[in-house]
Design a binder for this molecule. Structure first.
Ligand SMILES: [Zn+2]
Ligand SMILES: [Zn+2]
Length: 353
């Protein structure tokens, strides 16, 4: 059950009411500017927490082995990762909307179309929260408030002032090329082709992709990005897994790669498994909600087996025996489970090696 944010105990004093009206006005103005900027359209229904998905029954982080790498896609850009015993979450979004957080009471912005598969209360003890950039759908204040303040937050270079006031004591903004260590996990920031302003009138706060590494195994968590050759620099020491945003390209192709371009960037990175994110959750653009994943599978053609997670709530695990191998073949050997319709089967998938 997700925490419920309800509007209760609103002030009735006239001065408080006028302050509230002013707050509403400023909030609406800011929301309008934000939505105009990123092309978001608020949906008409009320703010409420998303329901748990049926897939939640398959998500048991407590049972994930600490000597494996397990990745769960929780919708939009949120990945829950057990990286060899270090618990990481990226760009957490748990609630019914993302957008402008008005007085901690409700949010103005796009509505969630797919239920969140795991509530904050069901998360394992988090060691690390990764924030790629300050856009409303990535740095979501209500979701951060729902997480333990004991976690380290690694963020975009200019994002400290948004995160620290929430009560996180260990916030580490990184510039591209900088690294930090959290419980033996190395986190290195690298670039992308995107932008990092939260509001139209402020300076760019930066935007980071991250390479995380432990015991010589690397994973790329790419920031939202337009097509760029930047990820080809990983090819000589390629990540095992790479998460790329595949949605919000119509008409925002100048800032968000389309699935064919993502496939090309994934190929250039040399990574073995692709975890597509940023699709099917919030409507940020004109393409149909399931078009990004369909186009990605088509673009991958005979290598579609490298697409490790194809649904929200999906889980992918690289077992300890697979990780013990000194080198990984360039072609993925595992098979994505299919049901009789030819669609990927729900639930956990794993690398059998
Ligand atoms: Zn963005
Ligand atoms: Zn985004």
């Amino acid at each position: 059950m997700l925490p419920t944010r309800t509007v209760t105990g609103l002030p009735t004093h006239p001065r408080a009411r006028s302050r509230r009206r002013a707050g509403w006005f400023l909030g609406a103005l800011a929301a309008g500017a934000m939505l105009a900027l990123v092309g978001l359209r608020p949906a008409p229904d009320t703010d409420r927490p998303a329901k748990s998905a049926p897939a939640a029954a398959q998500l048991h982080p407590a049972s994930w082995p600490a000597n494996a790498i397990t990745v769960a896609y929780l919708g939009h850009a949120t990945l829950l990762i057990d990286y060899l015993g270090v618990h990481v979450i990226s760009d957490p979004t748990f609630f019914h909307r993302v957008g402008l957080d008005v007085g901690h009471l409700f949010t103005v912005g796009p509505v969630r179309h797919t239920p969140v598969p795991l509530a904050p209360a069901a998360l394992p003890p988090l060691d690390l929260i990764l924030i790629t950039h300050a856009h409303m759908d990535h740095l979501d204040l209500p979701s951060l408030r729902a997480l333990p303040r004991s976690a380290t937050v690694v963020s975009c270079a200019g994002c400290r002032d948004l995160i620290e006031p929430l009560g996180f004591a260990d916030v580490r903004p990184l510039e591209w090329g900088e690294s930090t260590w959290v419980r033996g996990l190395k986190v290195t920031a690298m670039g992308a082709r995107h932008w990092g302003r939260r509001w139209p009138w402020e300076a760019d706060r930066g935007y980071n992709s991250y390479v995380i590494e432990k015991d010589g195994v690397r994973m790329l968590i790419a920031c939202d990005s337009a097509f760029t050759p930047i990820f080809s620099q990983l090819h000589d020491n390629p990540p095992l897994l790479a998460a790329f945003s595949i949605g919000a390209y119509d008409p925002w192709i100048r800032n968000h790669a389309n699935p064919e371009q993502v496939w090309e960037m994934f190929r250039e990175s040399g990574a073995r498994y692709l975890i597509p994110i940023h699709w099917g959750t919030f409507r940020l653009s004109r393409e149909p909600m399931d078009e990004p994943i369909r186009r990605l599978i088509r673009a991958a053609g005979p290598r579609a087996g490298a697409i490790a997670i194809r649904q929200i709530g999906g889980v992918f695990q690289v077992s300890a025996p697979a990780l013990r191998r000194a080198s990984f073949p360039s072609q993925p050997g595992h098979r994505i489970a299919q049901d009789s319709s030819g669609q990927p089967r729900s639930g956990a998938q794993s690398d059998p090696r």
